[in-house]
Design a protein around this ligand. Structure first.
Ligand SMILES: *Cc1c(COP(=O)(O)O)cnc(C)c1O
Length: 364
């Protein structure tokens, strides 16, 4: 079986360092907001050349706390993409705001920045671009529109740690960047984890307060907050992997090169990288008209594949029920019918890629 991601292979390669890191935490017994969380925060801030990084419980909370720290709340509108994981829009709704979905560019699967301006109203407070599958969203127009209309930009970087747009790392272009360390992400722990990065001191302080029951000083509470701290054991594990993240991302890019050379079928649309971007291939996602046939053929040969995402968010039951509006976002709807993600992880071998590509070529 070739899985979508083989976490065991990576663990075995890093076993000595990871086991030592975990056992260190157990010996130190500082389990909540201990030295590994602070060290990881400093290391992630330094990696991005930003002043602040705040560890939180997961990527969803990173978005939730960042949006709240940006002042998003009741009655506000937040522009985002419908072609993403539910969490991106869920947090907007959780804060009493309304997600406003803008269609995507089918080549990158990211928000179509040309269509943002027409959706701005007096209630619009923020834009949440998602760097889906590891390809940066088209940030220059997003930032320009945001500046013009005085909107905050919160980047959903859950799938794109280390990706670059015009030489700038994602998460450093808008006001705030939000990361997830869910086990299958490019940079990950062995459980849930997340982080918010920013150069804005106020936002960083707010997120720090919100993650710890609304308190900056122990037992003194300023606002209603959350219990949303990054776990110390996860931080220790992620620190080991952070040292290798550029190497891991490079291996993913190399694997994408192998895939693109080996998949020859004319019926397949391969992923592309827009110039001046550095893709990190969280997913290697192709498009095919006969997508389901292809998935079946792969399964026959014991190769995993996955559909991210089968239903765009504007068509999800939850949002149809909540807002009772039906919009047509044709590119998102088309991509949802055609996308198929193939196995992708740094340790995937060239032989495995050739084998997968052969099955794809024969089935399409
Ligand atoms: C994984 C993911 C999230 C949520 O992260 P969790 O750590 O699972 O809460 C948010 N947005 C996107 C695009 C994701 O892929």
């Amino acid at each position: 079986m070739i899985p979508m991601v083989d976490l065991k292979r990576q663990y075995h390669n890093l076993k000595k360092e990871i086991d030592a890191a975990i056992s260190d935490v157990l010996e130190q017994t500082r389990f909540i907001l201990g030295p590994n969380v602070s060290a990881l925060e400093e290391e992630v801030a330094a990696y991005h050349n930003l002043s602040y990084a705040v560890g939180v419980a997961n990527g969803t909370d990173a978005l939730l706390l960042a949006l709240r720290a940006c002042g998003i709340g009741d009655g506000d509108e937040v522009i985002t993409t419908p072609f993403t994981f539910i969490a991106t829009a869920e947090v907007i709704a959780l804060l009493g705001a309304t997600p406003v979905f803008v269609d995507i560019c089918p080549d990158t699967f990211n928000i179509n920045s040309c269509q943002i301006a027409e959706r701005i109203t007096a209630k619009t407070k923020a834009i949440v671009p998602v760097h889906l599958f590891g390809h940066p969203a088209d940030m220059a127009p997003v930032v320009e529109i945001a500046r013009k209309h005085n909107l905050k930009v919160i980047e959903d970087c859950a799938q794109a740690f280390g990706a670059k747009y015009n030489g700038k790392k994602v998460g450093t272009i808008g006001d705030v960047g939000c990361f997830s360390f869910f086990p299958s992400k490019n940079l990950a722990g062995y459980g849930d984890g997340g982080m918010v990065i920013t150069n804005n001191k106020k936002i960083a302080e707010q997120v720090k307060m919100l993650r710890n029951h609304g308190s900056a000083k122990r037992y003194y509470h300023k606002v209603i907050g959350y219990n949303s701290r990054l776990d110390e054991i996860q931080a220790a594990i992620i620190r080991v992997k952070l040292k290798k993240i550029d190497q891991f991302n490079e291996a993913r890019r190399q694997n994408a090169v192998y895939y693109c050379a080996a998949i020859k079928s004319k019926d397949i649309i391969l992923p592309t990288t827009i110039s001046d971007n550095e893709h990190v291939y969280h997913q290697f996602t192709i498009r095919a008209k006969n997508r389901d046939v292809l998935a079946g053929a792969l399964q026959q040969k014991n190769i995993a594949s996955a559909v991210y995402y089968p239903v765009p968010l504007h068509q999800q039951e939850v949002f149809l029920n909540l807002y009772n509006v039906s919009v047509k976002l044709p590119q998102s709807e088309k991509c949802a019918q055609e996308v198929l993600s193939l196995p992708m992880f740094p340790e995937l071998s060239r032989e495995e890629i050739r084998f997968i590509a052969d099955v794809v070529n024969h089935a399409s």
